[in-house]
Design a protein around this ligand. Structure first.
Ligand code: C2E
Length: 353
């Protein structure tokens, strides 16, 4: 969330900001769903940020804010915005910790200096020889209390350092969780597009090093919009979850399954050739098509859900964008030839030749 949003959420202007967000939504005819509200809070809090600029562009172009568009905005911009907030919060927490450790260290240094002076004074007193039994007792008492004082300060410093170390470990774990969240699609729990891009980039780099193949499959649920319109978004979301769970089972490491857009998924297969991937995708395509899904609330049968798939095996030195493009072309070939199909880009290339 932007600095303004984050700060005011805890401050007195929170209501004003929320009202501004709601007013802007009403002015633009945007439905006040929780997701849209979150998007608009970011937008009014930081209109010149990447999300703010994109919302302004959409409004200028007169596009309407459909659920799909809001979801795409959230996928593309909110994880980054949330991550930025969390990193800033962690940074602030870390500097508070460092400040408090620095204060404890400077107290310890002062106390060490005082202790040194007490020792030096005692040494001078003893050297002068002008010290009687009472004086010697006072000197020993002084030294004892100075030693206790310096020990107390050192103990405090040690405890402070231990507490700070625990706090920094907690912060690191928290940031790791935030990073994982920012890479995960909230609806399906699969990796999101950002995670897919990173994984695919890494797989391509590794393939350049070890000469192994990489294959990409892109998957689209057939007629999903029609399904959503007939049964409603809640049931549509359940279908997305169902398809995602099948993808997730297939996409175990070192593979990676991701939700790539609204009803689009992708799976990266490092080290695997396209004929192997084609067989695996045909198996899950049949599994999905043969499953009878039911509407949870009424137990009505929802009919068959099918998927279309495009597969492309990376050619040596090929970039991620070109590989995705070829897999997309193969997906559209599956759609054009009747859906519920798997098409291998290699076959398209052969047919074209
Ligand atoms: P979920 O409802 O949280 O279910 C998680 C898993 O529990 C399912 O994974 C399945 O293994 C099991 N499960 C849940 N309910 C039943 C049931 O009534 N019968 C049987 N045999 N197993 C059940 P699965 O199948 O991979 O589904 C993942 C998610 O996909 C489900 O999460 C749900 O959100 C959605 N889904 C799957 N099938 C249907 C369905 O027929 N109707 C609806 N509305 N959603 C479904």
């Amino acid at each position: 969330m932007s600095a303004e949003v984050e700060g005011t959420l805890r401050g007195p202007e929170a209501y004003a900001l929320a009202r501004r967000a709601l007013q802007e939504m009403e002015d633009c005819g945007v439905w006040p769903t929780p997701l849209n509200f979150e998007l608009w809070l970011h937008y009014v809090g930081d209109p010149e940020g990447p999300l703010g600029r994109e919302i302004q562009r959409i409004m200028r172009d007169g596009e309407s804010f459909t659920e799909q568009l809001s979801e795409a905005l959230a996928t593309n911009y909110l994880p980054r915005a949330r991550l930025t907030d969390e990193i800033r919060d962690a940074g602030a927490q870390l500097s508070r910790e460092l400040k408090s450790v620095a204060a404890a260290m400077s107290t310890a240094q002062r106390s060490q200096r005082d202790y040194g002076k007490t020792l030096a004074d005692a040494g001078e007193g003893l050297e002068s020889g002008a010290i009687d039994a009472d004086g010697l007792k006072r000197l020993v008492d002084n030294l004892t209390s100075a030693t206790e004082k310096v020990q107390t300060v050192n103990d405090t410093l040690e405890k402070r350092l231990q507490a700070s170390t625990r706090e920094v470990v907690k912060l690191r774990e928290h940031l790791e969780q935030v990073r994982r969240d920012a890479m995960t699609d909230a609806l399906t729990n699969l990796a999101n597009r950002k995670a897919l891009d990173e994984h695919l980039t890494r797989a391509c780099l590794e393939a350049d090093e070890n000469g192994q193949p990489v294959t990409l499959a892109v998957i689209d649920i057939d007629h999903f919009k029609r399904f959503n319109d007939t049964w409603g978004h809640q049931t549509g979301d359940q279908v997305l979850r169902y398809v995602a769970s099948v993808m997730g089972r297939l996409g175990l490491p070192p593979r990676l399954a991701a939700r790539y857009g609204g009803e689009e998924f992708a799976i990266v297969f490092p080290g695997e050739t396209s004929p192997i991937v084609e067989a695996a995708m045909n198996t899950i395509r049949e599994e999905i098509a043969s499953r009878i899904l039911k509407r949870r609330s009424t137990n009505e049968e929802l009919g068959a859900v099918t998927i279309s798939v495009g597969i492309a095996q990376r050619v040596k030195g090929e970039g991620m964008a070109s590989l995705m493009e070829r897999a997309d072309e193969a997906l559209y070939a599956s759609k054009r030839s009747g859906r519920n199909k798997v098409t291998n880009a290699g076959q398209l290339d052969q047919a074209a030749a």
